[in-house]
Design a protein around this ligand. Structure first.
Ligand SMILES: Cc1ncc(COP(=O)(O)O)c(C=O)c1O
Length: 399
């Protein structure tokens, strides 16, 4: 078995693009909140494919829907109408607030953001965008221009002009950055990659209000926070606001690639031919998304995320470790900020059978499938306590 693993690793390492820093596990199978590697080792999955597998892995109803659709019709561009696509648009409307109805379907989060930015320009006739420091919106040129992290941006300069970054959750700084030429403000409700940082209700309400006063569109990027992750269908519900444009991805179709840009009434009608995607709205992904939305509802996964998330956050907050600076999050989107580098803890956790993510150099990011059992969350928390001891003797910084 070990030889097989080395073979996969070597083959992939030889021929991959090189842009990913990969861990050594060869993951070949999943079920619910568990993943298995090619040695037959089982892991509790707190990554969910980076916040994608909200329904867990290999959910039988999702598998059945995909299988059924694959044998019926996989592809059908938006040259034509399609039964599954029509049904999906209805399902989405059923879980979104009234008014958020027109949808551009695409294939990833970055494409959903890209479309949001283009539609904001078209609708307002202005060019500029205000985004947040520590914000992450994707890797294509428009989305990357909204993304803050210098390491992602710098190799690709010059980016799209007109983007300004202001401190997140600071209304005065955001208001001061708005100009006559601002088309949109783009924000995550809980910054994910930037360290699992929820914004406040007051902040989002003030931003909502000023965007209306100045005829600016508010784009919320809920690629990571959407579809139950934070204990509501969409994280903006915690804030008591509704965006003008909503970017969705990740959990929308249970793991089948899909993105969506949802437009509210303040966005003008879009001219035919102005944007498009060959794969966008394909019946296979649409069938997966319809089934996923049904599963979110019938298994009460949004409520589950709220309940399990509150329990998990409380459990993690009780860990007494000199290495933890703060535990924060919303629903099943949890960050554990450490006083030193997080990667040794991720490695120790992997050894102990738990897969976790990072968000910056010192934050452990935990995004379990929303179907995870309480007993697995409890086991993961116990193992995290154990893994943290790998830092004993490391110098803690308080910066
Ligand atoms: C908030 C947010 N926006 C956009 C993206 C980009 O999505 P994708 O990787 O599907 O292009 C991500 C991905 O992590 C994200 O977290």
């Amino acid at each position: 078995m070990i030889d097989t693993q080395i073979d996969y690793l070597t083959q992939e390492a030889l021929r991959t693009s090189g842009v990913y820093g990969k861990r050594d596990q060869v993951i070949i199978r999943g079920k619910g909140a568990y993943l298995w590697d090619d040695r037959g080792r089982r892991y509790i999955d707190l990554t969910a494919g980076i916040g994608v597998a909200n329904l867990g892995h290999a959910h039988p109803r999702l598998v059945a829907a995909i299988t059924q659709q694959a044998s019926t019709l996989i592809t059908c561009p938006e040259l034509f109408y399609n039964d599954r696509r029509a049904e999906l648009l209805g399902s989405l409307a059923g879980v979104l607030p009234e008014g958020l109805e027109r949808v551009f379907l695409c294939n990833s989060g970055t494409e959903a953001v890209e479309a949001a930015l283009k539609f904001a320009r078209l609708s307002t006739g202005r060019t500029d965008v205000v985004a947040a420091m520590r914000g992450f919106h994707g890797r294509t040129f428009g989305a990357l221009s909204a993304t803050h992290k210098n390491a992602y941006r710098e190799p690709f300069l010059p980016l799209v002009p007109g983007f300004t970054h202001v401190p997140f959750n600071n209304f005065e700084r955001l208001a001061a950055a708005l100009t006559q030429n601002t088309a949109a403000v783009i924000l995550e409700v809980v910054q994910g990659e930037g360290g699992v940082r929820p914004g406040s209700r007051e902040y989002f309400q003030a931003v909502r209000q000023i965007c209306e006063q100045r005829n600016i569109l508010l784009i919320l990027d809920e690629v990571q926070t959407g579809f139950g992750r934070t204990g509501r269908w969409f994280a903006f519900e915690h804030m008591g606001i509704v965006p003008d444009i909503l970017a969705l991805g990740k959990g929308i179709a249970g793991g089948v690639p899909m993105g969506a840009t949802v437009l509210g009434p303040r966005v003008r009608e879009l001219p035919v031919g102005v944007h498009g995607s060959t794969f966008g709205g394909n019946p296979l992904a649409a069938a997966a998304a319809i089934a996923s939305i049904e599963i979110y509802k019938s298994e009460r996964l949004v409520e589950q995320a709220a309940e399990q998330g509150a329990w998990f956050l409380d459990r993690l907050s009780r860990i007494e470790s000199p290495h933890i600076r703060e535990v924060r999050g919303l629903g099943l989107m949890v960050g554990v900020e450490l006083r030193s580098r997080v990667f040794p803890v991720v490695e120790a956790l992997t050894e102990l059978g738990v897969l976790a993510l990072i968000a910056g150099p010192t934050v452990l990011r935990l995004l379990p499938p929303l179907v995870i059992d309480r007993s697995d969350l409890a086991a993961a928390a116990d193992l995290l306590e154990q893994a943290l001891t790998v830092l004993d003797g490391e110098e803690n910084t308080d910066g």
